[in-house]
Structure formats: C-alpha cells, structure tokens
Design a binder for this molecule. Structure first.
Ligand code: FAD
Ligand code: SF4
Length: 329
C-alpha cells in the first residue's frame, strides 16, 4: 500500500500553490475518469492529488463579438448540450456525444479530456517497453499489435494515437487554450498545444510543470450551419475512433468559400489538415474534389503491420463527412 496525500482547493491560486510545491509528484483531479484509471494500473503514481472541482471554472460565457469562453471544469455532457454550442458549433457537440458513455461524459471535463492519455495498450501495461511512459525503454507497439495506432505524425520512438474526439473538433474550430502558471497567464492556439512524439514521446503538450488549463476559447464562427463530426469505431457502444473527421464548410452556390478539416484516430495529435483545406477552398463541392482533399490529408501516412487499413478508412470517413456537410448525401 502506498500513501497518497489529497487536498481539495477552492480557487486557482491555491491550486497553483499546491502544484508548484512539488510539480513532478502532484496530479490535478478533474473528473478523474482518466487519471484514476491510470493510477489503478500503476501507470501514474502521484504522491499528492489536488482536487480542482471547487474552482469557479464551470461556466460557458459568451464574449463580446460572439466568441465562447469555456471553463476547464465544464462537464462534457453540459458542453455538448449547451444551447450556444449546439447552435453555433454543432461539430463540437457531435464530437463530444460520440465520445465515451453518458456516465463518463457526466464526469469528464473540458481540461481532462484535452489532456487524456493515449489508449495504447502497451502504455497502459507497465510490464511492456514504452518510451512515452518510461523514456528510453523502447516501443513495444512498433513490432507489436498496432491496429489502433496512428499513421500521421508518428516517429520511430512512438506511434500512439491521440484518443480524444473533442480535440478533433477543437482543432478544426481554431480554438485557443488559456493557461495559468507560476509565471502568469498565457494563450496557446489549440493547434500548437499538442506535440508530435519525435524523440520525446513523453512530452505530449506544451503545458509546463505547475501550469493549469483555465479555459478554452472558441472564436465566433460562420460555420455553424455546415459542420459535422463523423466517427468510425469497432462497435456502436463506447469505443475509441479508428478514424474520425471534423469538417466545416462555407458554401456559396455550390462553391467552397472556406473549409476546416481535422482527423482523429489516425494522428499522434489532433490532426488539422490545412493540405485538405487548400484543395477544397475556391472549388466546387463535389465528390471528385472531396476525394482529392482526402488524398491530400493522408499523403504523409506511415503504416505498420496492422494499421494500414486506417489510411483508406480515414479517406472514406473524410469524404463521407464532407459529403454530409455539403448536403450531397
Ligand atoms: C471506458 C472509457 C471509454 C472512453 N471512450 C472515449 C471516447 O470514445 N472518446 C473520447 O474522447 N474519450 C473517451 N474516454 C476518455 C474520457 O473522455 C476521458 O477519461 C475524460 O475526458 C477525461 O476527463 P476527466 O475530467 O475525467 O480527466 P481527469 O482524469 O480528471 O484528468 C486527466 C488528466 O488531465 C489533468 N487535468 C485535468 N484538468 C486539468 C486542468 N484544468 N489543468 C491541468 N491539468 C488538468 C489531470 O491532472 C490528468 O492528468 C473514455 C474513457 C473510458 C474510461
Ligand atoms: S506507441 Fe508510444 S505509447 Fe505505445 S508503447 Fe510505443 S512509445 Fe509507448
């Protein structure tokens, strides 16, 4: 039995004070649905748990100009069902509702979902080699069973996929993340928040030790009427994405004025494809163009023994999402 200290805090300064005392040994608890899972598997072994559920960060606020600022403790169910999110960012609502189960969504928070760890089975099994869990030990997935793993943004040290559905919608919507730490507050574009594994798969985000996510801001968007999240998974009940696509289009008389494309289940980070967007913008919204965009999105894919099927699956998922969004099917 290992002793763990637990403290519940009521405001951000108290959370930061606890975090900065011993940042490497402390974990924040939000919904707890990912952290406590990993603690039971001995993948995470914090000495101090700081429960942040008392922080006043559970609101969705409308900012001047129409942007939305979402507190880190807003539960996934509440965010998915928020009137302004459903009206203005349907792709986000759909992505949230495609993730996990109703019970999990009732507990899971915005910040916890952004930071949830990979579902790579070798990462979750402490008897296996894993550079992400323990740098320098190797990667059991490279020559192991890698059907669920990424094909975009991989390195020869790690091929784990980012598991979040919500993150795919947030990167497509040009969200930004507000952070607060010992050196003050800073704002990071969502697309720059998650890191590719490279030679340091243990570093997954630009969050510094001792920092807290406080909010996510969604810019005012003209994409409300045409945005869509499509997720392909092994079963209809809760399951992580094999491939998914978050898409938003602005159309005028059948021509694409603006486009947003992001993929899930295939990338080591939430995967915005500006390459696919460039193929779409200024062109007619039809299947030929959508297939060209999907080919551009998957161009750099690198496959392993069991996950080669994901390339075609992701292409088809993206074509389906674009076709649904454009009203072609
Ligand atoms: C059976 C099962 C199925 C699932 N299926 C899906 C799925 O299909 N799609 C999907 O997207 N997800 C899925 N999930 C994952 C689920 O969405 C995550 O567990 C959840 O979103 C994590 O949120 P949380 O608030 O519980 O995080 P926690 O477990 O509380 O925290 C996760 C991490 O974030 C850190 N953290 C939390 N908040 C902050 C903050 N404000 N600042 C800094 N650090 C913070 C914690 O310290 C911890 O390291 C599934 C989970 C389970 C158990
Ligand atoms: S893919 Fe990444 S997370 Fe999975 S075993 Fe390899 S290093 Fe670890």
């Amino acid at each position: 039995m290992r002793a763990i200290d637990y403290v519940a805090v009521q405001d951000a300064p108290a959370a930061l004070e606890k975090l900065s005392a011993r940042p490497m040994e402390t974990s924040l608890v939000a919904g707890g649905t990912n952290l406590l899972d990993l603690m039971k598997l001995h993948v995470r072994n914090p000495a101090l748990l700081v429960d942040i559920n008392g922080l006043p960060l559970d609101q969705v606020e409308e900012l001047e100009g129409g942007a939305l600022r979402i507190g880190t403790l807003v539960r996934n169910s509440d965010l998915a069902n928020h009137r302004l999110v459903r009206e203005r960012y349907p792709v986000l609502s759909q992505a949230l509702l495609a993730g996990a189960s109703p019970q999990l969504r009732n507990m899971a928070t915005l910040g916890g979902n952004i930071l949830q760890r990979t579902r790579c089975a070798y990462f979750r099994d402490v008897s296996q080699a894993c550079n992400k869990r323990e740098p320098g030990t190797g990667c059991a997935a490279l020559e192991g069973y890698n059907r669920m793993h990424a094909v975009l943004g991989t390195s020869n040290q790690c091929i784990a996929a980012n598991p979040s559905d919500m993150n795919v919608a947030l990167v497509a919507l040009d969200a930004s993340i507000q952070l607060r730490g010992p050196e003050g507050e800073r704002d990071v574009p969502f697309a720059a928040f998650h890191l590719e594994p490279g030679t340091h798969p243990e570093r997954e985000t630009v969050l510094k030790p001792g920092e807290l996510i406080t909010h996510v801001t969604l810019p005012a968007s003209g994409f409300a009427s045409r945005s869509r999240y499509v997720k392909v998974r092994d079963r209809a009940s809760y399951a992580f994405a094999l491939a998914s696509a978050a898409v938003a289009l602005q159309l005028e008389e059948g021509t694409i004025q603006d486009a947003r494309v992001a993929l899930g289940g295939v990338g080591t980070r939430p995967w915005r494809s500006t390459e696919a967007e460039a193929v779409l913008i200024g062109q007619k919204a039809d299947e030929v163009r959508f297939k060209a965009a999907a080919a551009a999105a998957l161009k750099g894919a690198k496959t392993r023994t069991h996950n080669a099927f994901k390339v075609d699956l992701a292409r088809r998922t993206l074509v389906r999402a674009l076709s649904l969004t454009a009203g072609l099917v």
